[in-house]
Unconditional design. Structure first.
Length: 357
């Protein structure tokens, strides 16, 4: 049987598919060296990596990721399920997750459920891709689907929320702690008529922010705090809720919204009805999306530690070189209060008035 000719470097035409073995034979190195040159995380010198890539380009060699996955039983792909791309917080999350996943030598597959579609409905299609891990953001799965993933040894992490009793990992900011920080800040700055505008009632992010806020106010002997149901994490929900609250005879002097995008709606509503922010009403959000720092909003908010959350998710899923955690793990990471021009120190103003009198 005649041996297959090895394509020579500089050849204009390639009559047969070039393999990693061909490139290795041409350079006089092992086939594993070729594989390492095309891996983001493998140990190989820059000089050798450059030699391999140049030779591969001239020979017309291109690694076959699918074929490699059949050998290694790993696709090096991570699925990200994101049910909400409208809220400006989630594009920030998506960017950070993709950067972290790619830095670890993996690629991402993005799945976005259609309006009204449950995450469980897309999971059978997702699992066909044999992904190495799944990250759920602004979404959750059923206990039955969690068991299916466990049976397939596919680790799953819920990002930015957790579901009590669900047998999957979870990484979130410490929303209870964030709510407590807001309560401490508003009371310390002399606000007395407070209100919390909630979003989705069943979301742990919403429940924990409200719980931390309300519980801390009771500890600080603040017994009067309005609660308004916005219904969802959206600009429209914050806008409508703020109008209802601020048109009352005894309106609040501070509004704490369950998210930044809701707070933006609240600020615009306040201005529309002739109120000044923060002279008439202070407004606080949660997330610290890029828009919060714009001069037109200058929103005081709780900054979510998205980068640290993403790194923690990678660690839990076993995407950093360590094995994935077998037992369900929930990590809560503290956020940071960022003060801007949407809030006012009323205690300082009151002191100045007393001094002037």
């Amino acid at each position: 049987m005649a041996k297959r000719a090895i394509p020579k470097i500089g050849a204009q035409k390639i009559s047969a598919q070039v393999t990693a073995q061909d490139v290795a034979r041409t350079l006089g190195v092992s086939q594993s060296t070729i594989s390492r040159a095309f891996s983001m995380t493998a140990s190989i010198s820059e000089d050798m990596k450059l030699r391999v890539i140049k030779a591969a380009n001239k020979l017309g060699y291109q690694p076959n990721v699918i074929a490699r996955s059949l050998i290694t039983r790993r696709t090096n792909m991570v699925a990200i399920v994101m049910a909400n791309l409208v809220d400006p917080f989630y594009p920030v999350v998506l960017d950070e997750l993709v950067q972290q996943v790619q830095a670890g030598g993996f690629q991402t597959l993005l799945f976005v459920p259609s309006a009204g579609q449950k995450v469980d409905d897309i999971m059978p299609n997702l699992l066909q891709y044999q992904v190495d891990a799944i990250i759920l953001t602004s979404a959750t799965i059923s206990s039955a689907m969690a068991r299916i993933c466990a049976a397939r040894d596919t680790p799953v992490v819920s990002f930015n929320r957790y579901v009590p009793g669900l047998n999957i990992h979870a990484v979130s900011s410490d929303n209870v702690g964030g709510g407590r920080q807001v309560a401490d800040y508003l009371v310390a700055t002399g606000h007395e008529r407070l209100a919390f505008i909630s979003a989705q009632r069943d979301a742990t992010t919403n429940r924990d922010r409200r719980s931390g806020f309300m519980t801390r106010l009771k500890q600080l002997k603040i017994t009067s705090c309005l609660q308004e149901d916005g219904g969802e994490f959206s600009y429209e929900a914050g806008y409508a809720a703020a109008k209802r609250l601020l048109r009352q005879a005894s309106r609040p002097d501070a509004l704490f919204f369950a998210s930044d995008v809701m707070a933006f709606g609240g600020m615009d509503a306040a201005r529309e009805i002739g109120l000044s922010v923060p002279q008439d009403v202070s407004i606080i959000g949660y997330d610290d999306v890029p828009m919060a720092a714009l001069p037109s909003y200058g929103l005081t908010t709780i900054r979510q530690p998205v980068r640290e959350m993403a790194k923690t998710a990678m660690e839990i899923l076993g995407l950093t070189g360590e094995r994935a955690r077998s037992e369900p793990t929930t990590r809560l990471i503290p956020g940071t209060l960022i003060t801007r021009s949407s809030t006012k120190n009323r205690r300082a103003v009151s002191h100045l008035k007393e001094t002037a009198a």
